[in-house]
Design a protein around this ligand. Structure first.
Ligand code: FAD
Length: 572
């Protein structure tokens, strides 16, 4: 192939990468290339269907990354799904649009990331968004929003599914949650997430198709002559300008899927890695940026000694409960009945004890997590992060939510997916070969710490309370998952854990593998998302979030990428 060169070369036409591609190519004097391993899924019904969650799993557009054996989590290997397509993981995800709690974005700033706060990010959430208002029937069935919290002119269409269940279940749930102390939240996207509500989705309501990153950010501008997307092309590694004093990337080695010959796409200004939290750190390592002890194992010479590349991996776990409806009542329509309770909501009178127990355990958690990374992450740094996280969870004045509880009445049952939002476990991801595309070692360390187990189990107990509380209880019959024969009402933690270990899965929210933090505390990128020790390499995707957030990730990733694009433009 002919050598080609662009000002900016972006790796990954996913959720974040397409925001950058769109915003940079707004400038007609700037040239942009985007390299994407997958293909267009514009006409793939597994993607466009607005009621087809899961249809794309296991197909050619699902990377289906495998973890290492999860020794704390039932000795099983978990699948971590991610999209391989123009649009990335936004083409296969659950389409939920929920942001974060304001104070947890402020915590990024408290970590030492000056300029990253809720106040700064909030306008970027709105900049990306184009809210389509609910129908009258949806409003009558509990859909509310606050116009001041939403954007109406952005590229990303957000709204409520035309198939939304508009029956009276909402009223029943609203009363039930209120009885449990979980109040109606008018708009979950205001920065205050706690409560019960019916969240919006990434959807083009008029066309009734999924609004993925391709439809929002790429296809409408795909004909710009200064933007070139390379589909079906795997990025191997960056190339470096050997004459530069500070390591300066000058291109990306790529290979088209139908070819055996790699070639280089040159970058005159910058390389931007947007390959996702389970791919961008690997591209850094394959390019010689990382832990020399790992790089040397595979004969990769160290360009930048940055040992925390791939560390700090944080994910959540997802488990499901199910219960029959009374008298086989049948439900139809999509649901999106979501509750975000606080730790106090789910632990009740135990909350003070639990808070103190977890606080006392933080030094040992920090030591355990540090040891699991071979002390590449430092216990003293982790302890300071964990104190911030503890305060977010257990604050008596403004706690963040601690769980997402998603109820789906369908057919003659009510399914309930749930996940504890803020485990303390951290793991890592590293290459296992110098050959691009070889599966990595991915270890999220699910359930490594007591809190991670206790939290997930306590949410399940809370859901049993929801099932048993009027008026919802009146609609319900017998619990089928796990069922009281499998996990009795007064089950011990060990009994709950034994069941949970056999049924849980990844919640598919990996973050922080190239965390934005000061270098002294183990950061990989600085506040302009530039990789420490490099002149012109940025990471812009879920890898840079330093902490897990309580909302689903995409809205926050769009906001981060929108802001990052402005930062890049301000440096031009
Ligand atoms: P991605 O969108 O994954 O983009 C990375 C891109 O890089 C991909 O297109 C990939 O193919 C490409 N790539 C990777 N390696 C290479 C390489 N070497 N060369 C070339 N290209 C490469 N979030 C929500 O907000 N709401 C939800 O309801 C929701 N549900 C989810 C359900 C599932 C099943 C999953 C998996 C995730 C879900 N998430 C949800 C999370 C969210 O979708 C992701 O966190 C987000 O899309 C990640 O965006 P990203 O920009 O970090 O990476």
């Amino acid at each position: 192939a002919t050598p080609v060169s662009y000002d900016y070369v972006i790796v990954g036409a996913g959720t974040s990468g397409l925001v950058i591609a769109n915003r940079l190519s707004e400038l007609s004097n700037v040239t942009v290339a985007v390299i994407e391993a997958g293909d267009s899924v514009y006409n793939n019904v597994n993607v466009s269907s607005t009621t087809g969650y899961g249809l794309a799993f296991g197909t050619e557009i699902d990377w289906a990354y495998q973890t290492t054996n999860q020794s704390f989590g039932g000795d099983v290997v978990q699948t971590m799904r991610a999209g391989k397509a123009i649009g990335g993981t936004s083409t296969i995800n659950g389409m939920a649009y929920t942001r974060a709690e304001d104070i947890q974005i402020d915590a990024w700033e408290a970590l030492g990331n000056a300029g990253w706060s809720w106040e700064v990010l909030f306008p970027y959430y709105k900049k990306s968004q184009q809210l389509q208002v609910p129908t009258e029937a949806q409003a009558a069935a509990g859909v509310t929003y606050d116009a001041a919290d939403n954007g109406f002119n952005g590229p990303l269409k957000v709204g409520w599914n035309p198939a939304l269940n508009v029956g009276d279940v909402h009223t029943v749930l609203n009363e039930t949650y209120a009885a449990l102390g979980v109040q109606w939240n008018e708009d979950v996207n205001s920065g205050r997430m706690v409560g019960y509500n019916r969240y919006p989705s990434h959807i083009d309501v008029a066309l009734n198709v999924r609004e993925d990153a391709g439809r929002a950010y790429y296809y409408p501008i795909a004909n710009r002559t200064n933007l070139h997307l390379y589909p079906n092309t795997l990025a191997h590694r960056m190339t470096w300008d050997t004459t530069a004093q500070i390591p300066t990337a000058n291109g990306v080695v790529v290979q088209a899927v139908n070819s055996t010959t790699p070639y280089t796409i040159s970058a005159n200004k910058e390389v931007i890695l947007s390959a996702g939290a389970l791919a961008s750190p690997l591209l850094l390592e394959l390019s010689g940026v990382g832990n020399p002890a790992i790089l040397s194992k595979y004969n990769i010479s160290t360009v930048v000694d940055l040992p925390t590349v791939g560390e700090n991996l944080q994910d959540q776990t997802n488990t499901g409960l199910a219960i029959d409806t009374a008298d086989n009542t049948s439900y139809s329509g999509t649901s999106d009945y979501v509750a975000y309770p606080t730790a106090a909501d789910i632990f009740g009178s135990e909350i003070t004890n639990i808070s103190a127990t977890v606080l006392a355990a933080l030094p040992s958690y920090a030591a355990t997590v540090a040891a699991a990374s071979g002390n590449v992450t430092k216990a003293s740094d982790l302890l300071s992060f964990f104190k911030i996280q503890h305060e977010l969870i257990f604050s008596t004045t403004h706690p963040v939510p601690i769980a997402e509880v998603l109820l789906t009445p369908s057919g003659t049952a009510v399914d309930c997916e749930y996940w504890a939002l803020l485990p303390f476990a951290r793991g890592n991801i590293h290459i296992t070969s110098a050959t691009p595309g070889v599966p990595a070692a991915i270890n999220p360390n699910y359930y490594m710490l007591d809190w991670d187990v206790t939290g997930q189990i306590q949410v399940a107990k809370f859901i049993r309370e929801i099932f048993a509380t009027a008026p919802f209880a009146g609609l319900l019959g017998t619990e089928t998952k796990p069922g009281f024969d499998v996990v009795p009402q007064n089950a011990t933690t060990a009994q709950w854990q034994a069941w949970n270990n056999g049924v849980y899965r990844s919640n598919f929210h990996p973050v922080a593998t190239a965390a934005m933090m000061p270098k002294e505390v183990g950061g990989v990128v600085d506040t302009s998302l530039k990789v420490y020790g490099t002149a012109n390499v940025r990471v812009i995707d879920a890898s840079v979030l330093p902490f897990q957030v309580c909302g689903h990730l995409v809205s926050t990733l769009y906001a981060v990428a929108e802001r990052a694009a402005d930062l890049i433009k301000s440096e031009m």
